[in-house]
Write a protein that binds this ligand. Structure first.
Ligand SMILES: Cc1cc2nc3c(=O)[nH]c(=O)nc-3n(C[C@H](O)[C@H](O)[C@H](O)COP(=O)(O)O)c2cc1C
Length: 183
C-alpha cells in the first residue's frame, strides 16, 4: 500500500486544539497535500500514512492524556514516520512570559517518549473560555469566573504549517517509491 497522506490528529478538551488542527488540515489541502483529519482516539492504524501532525493541549503541566495514549499505542508505526507536534498552553496577559516554562513542560513530556524524534515542535498560545470548561474544571468557581482570552497566534501557526510539507516528506518512503518506479 502506498503511503501518501499526512494524518492531522488531535485531542482537545475545550475545542481550541481542534480548531488549530482544522486550520492545519485546510492549509495542507490548499497546498495540494492529501490529508486526513481525525481525533487521536479514532485512529486504528497508520497504514496509509506518510507523516503525522499531532496536536494536544497542556493541562496541569502535562500533555493531554489522549496524546500519551496515541503515542504509546502507535509507537511501532511512529518510529518510522516523520512526526510534527503542536501543543496549546499558556493564555491570558502573561502568556508570552509563561511560554518559556510551558515549553520546558512540553519538552519534558515529549522526552518521555525516548523513541520520538519530532521533525518540528510548535508551542502555540492557549485559549481559555469559561463557557467551554469541561468536567472536572467546570466545578472550580475561580475558573468559571475567570475572563475569556485567546493567545493563539494564527500568523505563527500559518508560517509553521507552511514549513511542514517539506519536513514531513519521508525519505524512506520516497526511496521506496523511487526504487519501485525504477524496477
Ligand atoms: C484547568 C486548566 C489547566 C491548565 N493547565 C495548563 C498548564 O499546566 N500549562 C499550560 O500551558 N496551559 C494550561 N492550560 C491552558 C490550556 O492548555 C489552554 O486553554 C488550551 O488552549 C486548551 O486547549 P483545548 O481547548 O484544546 O482543550 C490549562 C487550562 C485549564 C482550563
Amino acid at each position: 500500500m502506498e503511503r501518501s497522506k499526512v494524518l492531522i490528529t488531535y485531542t482537545t478538551m475545550s475545542g481550541s486544539t481542534q480548531e488549530i488542527a482544522e486550520f492545519v488540515s485546510n492549509q495542507f489541502t490548499y497546498l495540494g497535500q492529501p490529508v486526513e483529519l481525525h481525533p487521536c482516539s479514532e485512529i486504528k492504524d497508520l497504514k496509509a500514512i506518510s507523516g503525522i501532525v499531532i496536536g494536544a493541549p497542556i493541562y496541569m503541566f502535562h500533555l493531554h492524556k489522549e496524546a500519551h495514549r496515541f503515542l504509546q499505542r502507535h509507537q511501532k508505526s511512529l518510529v518510522d514516520l516523520p512526526v510534527a507536534v503542536f501543543a496549546g498552553g499558556a493564555y491570558g496577559p502573561n502568556a508570552a512570559q509563561d511560554a518559556l516554562e510551558v515549553r520546558k513542560n512540553l519538552d519534558n513530556e515529549l522526552a518521555k517518549f525516548v523513541w520520538l524524534k519530532p521533525v518540528s515542535v510548535l508551542l502555540v498560545g492557549g485559549r481559555f473560555d469559561p463557557a467551554r470548561l469541561r468536567f472536572p474544571y467546570n466545578l472550580i468557581p475561580a475558573l468559571k469566573q475567570a475572563p475569556a482570552s485567546d493567545a493563539r497566534n494564527w500568523e505563527d501557526i500559518h508560517a509553521w504549517v507552511d514549513s511542514l510539507p517539506s519536513l514531513l516528506a519521508n525519505p524512506i518512503q520516497q526511496t521506496l517509491v523511487e526504487e519501485r518506479s525504477r524496477s
